[in-house]
Design a protein around this ligand. Sequence first.
Ligand code: SF4
Length: 425
Amino acid sequence: MCYAIPGKLVEIKKNIGIVDYFGEKKNVLLDYGNAKVGDYIYAQGGILVNTISKREALEILETWKELFFELKKTDEKLAEIEASPSSKNLLAVLQEVNLNKTLTKDELLYLFALKGKNNLRLLYETANNIRQKTHGNACCVHGILEFSNVCENNCFYCGIRKERKLKRYRMGVSEIIDAAKYACGELGFKALVLQSGEDNWYTEDKLTTIVSAIRKLGVLVFLSIGQRNKTTYKRLYEAGSRAALLRFETSNKEIFETLRPGTTLASRLELIRYLKELGFILATGFISGLPGETSEDVINNILLTKSLKPDMHSFGPFIPAQDTPLKDHATIRPDEMLKTIAISRLIDKDSNILVTTALETLEKEAKRKALLAGANSLMINVTPKAYKNLYRIYDGRVDKDINKNIKETIAILRSLGRAPADLGL
Ligand code: SF4
């Protein structure tokens, strides 16, 4: 199985390539290598990551040919709007979305407070319809490798915070590279997220070695290593990483500074903006449902995410972890997560929206529901078995065997008509 369909490079305009996927054209940044018109390529997140021989590409495309068009039909069918809401006000707000008008904060608050099966169904269906019209049935699937659960910080909401008594692990440099080789070579991932706590044991030199080696596998190297120095990120960009995930956690300065002692929202936002300036594919967002947040905070979070011009929105649901200061607080409700995803899709049509692995802990059907509420990107945990259970950022983490998880995810994508073609720029 592969998590990306190769495309044919049919035109080059400066550093932008036009790639054909069964007649559909997508733009990609020709950031790596010397691809020429006529080459078959893999792209991830709108960036060319590798070329592939014509023979191999044609073999893969042959297996996808019929399925690709079948999937498209299924997706188009599922993206039709069928719900009939009881609220005229809701219809009026959604009509403004269709007319590309900017929704006011009051309208966004109204959507977040929405209740009733039919009303919610219409909200999710509208978001899914926009996703389908804007992005087609493309859905990217990234692997995520959690390489260290050591962190020097003490965020109140986090299960791997420094003060928590927990069995800690750090994968060695060559161990990380070997795990990446397995995920990309054996399991077929074309994009790999490298995730850890803020662990300065991994010096710039160590991280650079890891990034360069994984980049050589011909995949997108995606960093999720927290608030490291600007110089570290710059060096890792130069070493070949091209995507970075850094959430701002909450737009409420007071809550941020209470829950993340010793850090400031301003410095976090400055770094996020810097990552975008450096040229990283930026994934950002917040933790949904942090204690103390009001509905207005949630809407501010959604708006702040959009203002950071992310390529990908990423929301982690708040799920309390034992032995942390927030252990007794309530977990976010699944419908609040789905509303957050749908509202984000309504106000940011072009961006991608990720279904985080944590969502599945909230609800078994979360992946499917989120993909039908506007999301179009997934991650699958590829951390080696020996460590996976130790990355306990929240309680009740779903621990699935990698191969079983891959199989289930592919079955969901097929049933929803989604194909692993690149989403383009
Ligand atoms: S949220 Fe991130 S920075 Fe904070 S304690 Fe957890 S891993 Fe560390």
